[in-house]
Write a protein that binds this ligand. Structure first.
Ligand code: TYD
Length: 132
């Protein structure tokens, strides 16, 4: 499975650091929605879905968490702990997030508005659809 991590340019000086996200530039899709997770619990896993069409870019802007990714053939776990790195979540990628640090803020950019019909929330259904 090819995991795409986008390296985001850091503009740092003595005042601190800044990362800019621009659609179709360092974010490879039109940004139509931004949401973020915070006050997550270290022992509670979430996600447990794939999307039919939605593309997303996940950035841990503070703290760290782990992602479990599954394309129906391979499974990979990875740690996100760098605010200058984005993880691309293409359609048809099952994902779960876990091991949130206490201070974790996970921001996600998406190319579509929230649409429950785009979610595949059953793992068995996902595996069947991923075979097609
Ligand atoms: P949920 O899909 O359960 O989150 P996760 O995949 O991280 O476990 O979403 C939690 C709630 O928030 C659920 O009621 C749907 C709602 N929600 C929105 O209203 N808009 C959004 O953009 C997202 C991602 C979720």
């Amino acid at each position: 499975m090819e995991i795409k991590l986008v390296q985001l340019q850091k503009h740092g000086d003595e005042r601190g650091r800044l990362v800019a996200l621009e659609d179709q530039r360092n974010v490879p899709f039109p940004i139509r929605r931004v949401y973020y997770l915070f006050e997550t619990k270290s022992d509670i896993r979430r996600g447990f879905h794939a999307h039919r069409e939605l593309k997303q870019l996940a950035i841990v802007v503070r703290g760290s968490c782990r992602f479990h990714l599954d394309d129906g053939k391979e499974k990979i776990d990875l740690l996100l702990d760098n605010p200058a790195q984005g993880l691309l979540l293409p359609p048809m990628l099952w994902h779960e997030m876990y091991d949130f640090s206490e201070d974790c803020v996970l921001m996600v950019l998406a190319d579509g508005h929230y649409d429950e019909s785009d979610y595949i929330r059953g793992y068995d259904e996902f595996v069947e659809l991923a075979k097609q």
